[in-house]
Design a binder for this molecule. Structure first.
Ligand SMILES: O=P(O)(O)OC[C@H]1O[C@H](OP(=O)(O)OP(=O)(O)O)[C@H](O)[C@@H]1O
Ligand code: HPA
Length: 185
């Protein structure tokens, strides 16, 4: 079904900006500094989690100043909806990472089902260490594994449905240049 573009435009017009572009860019800079300090000698395989991780990865990876290999994987459980379902692998990693450090880059750690499943997959597939970077960690008490934290977190956000910087509202506004919360959600 095609999207109602008037509704999509209205969502942007009415959204609350939680983190403007300059703040997000500063957070990405700070994350890069930390990752450069911690992973410089690890020769990692870096995986962008599509689709949401695309913008964040594109901004972060060029700021990493050490040798790495870059690829992608695609696991999804929201499928353009605003609540999650079962995790579905659209693309498993193709590049080998046996006995390698892996760095997973995703846009948001919400309930954590997605990141948890990706970490499990990478460990079972032979990664020697799995590091995780998320642009946003959403603060609430519904985490699938309360002990699961991302190693590198750019920003936190309140418990609302957010979009921008790769995160979508019904497939749209991944291009929004800041992190916005949908009115009423
Ligand atoms: O912590 P969770 O509650 O599991 O949610 C976080 C995941 O949900 C989103 O992906 P989505 O399933 O929407 O796929 P997409 O990236 O292709 O939009 C987001 O990009 C994370 O990967
Ligand atoms: O708040 C969110 N926004 C966009 N995508 C998401 N995936 C999980 N939570 C969210």
């Amino acid at each position: 079904m095609s999207a109602d573009l008037a509704h999509i435009r209205q969502v942007m017009a009415e959204a609350d900006c939680l983190h403007p572009e300059a703040e997000v860019e500063a957070a990405i800079d700070a994350l890069a500094t930390k990752i450069n300090a911690e992973l410089a000698d690890r020769n990692p395989v870096v995986f962008c989690v599509m689709n949401g991780g695309l913008i964040f990865s594109g901004k972060l990876v060029p700021k990493l100043n050490f040798p790495l290999e870059l690829s992608y994987l695609h696991a999804t459980r929201y499928r353009n909806e605003t609540s999650g379902g079962e995790l579905f692998w659209k693309a498993k990693p193709e590049i080998s990472f046996i006995d390698r450090d892996v760095l997973i880059i995703d846009d948001i750690l919400d309930e954590g089902h997605t990141l948890g499943a990706i970490i499990d997959f990478c460990r079972h597939a032979g990664a020697s260490a799995v590091h995780t970077a998320v642009l946003v960690d959403k603060e609430h008490a519904r985490k699938a594994r309360p002990d699961l934290k991302a190693d590198f977190v750019g920003l936190t956000c309140v418990d609302r449905y957010v979009f921008g910087y790769g995160m979508d509202y019904k497939g749209y506004w991944r291009n929004a240049p800041g992190i916005y919360a949908v009115k009423g959600l």
